[in-house]
Ligand binder design. Structure first.
Ligand code: 5AD
Ligand code: SF4
Length: 482
């Protein structure tokens, strides 16, 4: 790959370093330079998002910027003038899928010389991926990373007007930028970033390299965003961070996340959720806040990753399985009926049968409401990717199948306990096929499908559960409490 003047390529070694400087909170960094104004006039963009909620929220910013440049959205890739892929790097199979999709765009690029095909998000932060894109996917003409969304107007200008392939990926995180435009995709539920990056460096995980060091937003900026959302009629917000428990540490706010939860709850928005929390620094104060405020939802995503303390140690998770169990018990005692979901990796390098059985045991113990289970995927540049691995893929696959069967049986058991109960549901909307079939989520984050005449998206209604399934509940409307 030949480096071109002006290109800024990613560098994983640089991305690993952490500066001791505090990040600046920039309130005026984003503006649309005069020459970029209206660059999207008469043009359409197609935006695809992969991966986690941080990416979903970034896509809302990308859409906000594009619409400020006068682009119109389209869901039909054939009619797009700009295709933007906001990607995820957490596992290889997700990356392969994206590369496959990008491959399909080659014929579009052949038909349309002025088509802009952009790749951003976590894959753009990886050296090997950028090299692959620049050598084998030469129809991609725009690559930028997770730290410079605010530069999109200039980058687009270079590609669209200057007809250059543009690569700008900063390996070091930048400042916290507060004034970016946003086009929210939901009308009743909103994502609210509270911090960016991750400093945990779990040995299997690429995120600390692709998203940079932990940087918190100022509490007053977050609260003011939540107030505005409430005024705009939003009923639910989800506070977002790779590890929300660390909120405020970089700003010197001790017990930062518990305080933020309390201040957010006092604003009085109907439903508050948060994700993701790390079992290691999940404080008693956080548990007390969830217990104390009715509008903080009794649902916690608490990734365990493995049920074996030795594997947890090699993963760099900083807790033993006994500590996880103690935390789980504390949560269930203080917040009765709380739903807990988890993430689990099977087939970490050299995981023995016995170590895997420990994972089955923690599933038996916690009976998670939901679980996201993955086969370990080596990520270039991470410490685990350098470990020798003696576990054959067939063994990993068999473990995953057993694990899924086990947690599914508990999810069904948990859901069955809802039968006959009346629960509050925030309505997402009627189904496209049948206007009297609605869906929404309970406070404990369970999907409910129910029948009703004339309910509306954004209502909080009461539903009697008539039937439980593994991944959803079915019921009928009881009352329309607003
Ligand atoms: N391989 C498999 N799963 C991974 N995750 C993160 N990195 C990897 C990897 N290299 C999973 C973890 C994490 C979730 C978001 O993705 O379970 O909690
Ligand atoms: Fe990855 Fe661990 Fe950070 Fe989660 S806490 S993003 S698993 S390094």
């Amino acid at each position: 790959m030949k480096q071109q003047p002006g290109w800024v390529l990613p560098n994983l070694r640089e991305a690993q370093k952490r500066t001791h400087q505090d990040s600046k909170i920039e309130k005026a960094l984003f503006s649309i330079p005069a020459q970029c104004q209206g660059v999207g006039q008469g043009k359409r963009y197609y935006l695809r998002t992969y991966g986690c909620q941080a990416n979903e929220r970034d896509s809302e910013t990308l859409a906000g910027i594009l619409e400020a440049l006068q682009f119109q959205p389209t869901e039909d890739v054939q009619e797009a003038d700009l295709i933007l892929m906001n990607t995820c790097a957490v596992r290889k199979n997700a990356e392969d899928k994206v590369l496959g999709e990008i491959g399909h765009f080659k014929h579009l690029a052949r038909q349309r010389e002025d088509l802009v095909i952009g790749v951003c998000g976590c894959m753009a932060q990886e050296e090997n991926i950028v090299e692959t894109l620049l050598t084998k996917y030469r129809h991609v003409n725009l690559i930028f990373g997770t730290h410079n969304l605010h530069c999109l107007p200039e980058l687009l200008y270079q590609v669209m007007v200057g007809h250059e392939t543009c690569v700008e990926v900063y390996s070091k995180e930048g400042d916290v930028i507060e004034n970016l435009p946003v086009r929210r995709f939901g009308r009743h539920k909103a994502w609210v970033n509270i911090m960016y990056g991750c400093d945990k460096f779990c040995t299997y995980c690429i995120v600390p390299y692709t998203r940079g060091k932990e940087r918190s937003r100022r509490m007053e900026d977050i609260l003011s965003e939540v107030r505005t959302l409430k005024e705009e009629g939003y009923r639910e917000i989800t506070l977002l961070g790779q590890n929300v428990n660390a909120y405020g540490k970089d700003l010197g706010i001790e017990g930062g996340f518990a305080r933020l939860l309390e201040e957010t709850a006092k604003i009085g928005i109907d439903r508050i959720r948060f994700t993701t929390s790390h079992p290691w620094d999940f404080s008693d104060e956080m548990i007390e806040m969830i217990a104390a405020y009715e509008n903080i939802m009794p649902f916690i995503h608490l990734p365990v990753q493995s049920g074996d303390s030795e594997i947890l140690k090699i993963m760099g998770r900083r807790y033993t399985i006994e500590e996880y169990r103690t935390l789980f018990d504390k949560i269930m005692t203080r917040i009765p009926g709380c739903a807990v979901s988890t993430d689990i990796i099977v087939g970490f390098p050299n995981e023995s049968d016995e170590q895997f059985e420990h994972t089955m045991e923690i599933v038996d113990y916690c009976k998670f409401d939901n679980a996201f289970t993955f086969i370990y995927s080596p990520r270039e540049g991470t410490p685990a990717a350098r470990m020798r691995d003696n576990v054959p893929m067939e063994v990993k696959q068999a473990r995953l199948a057993r694990l899924n069967e086990r947690w599914n049986s508990y999810a069904l058991e948990k859901n069955t306990a809802y039968e006959g109960r009346v629960v509050k549901v925030l309505v997402d909307g009627p189904s496209k096929k049948n206007e009297s079939a609605y869906s929404g989520y309970t406070e404990t984050n369970k999907l409910v499908n129910f029948s009703a005449e004339g309910a509306a998206a954004g209502d909080i209604v009461e539903v009697r559960i008539t039937q439980a399934r593994t991944w959803s509940l079915h019921g009928e409307l009881v009352s329309r409490e607003k």
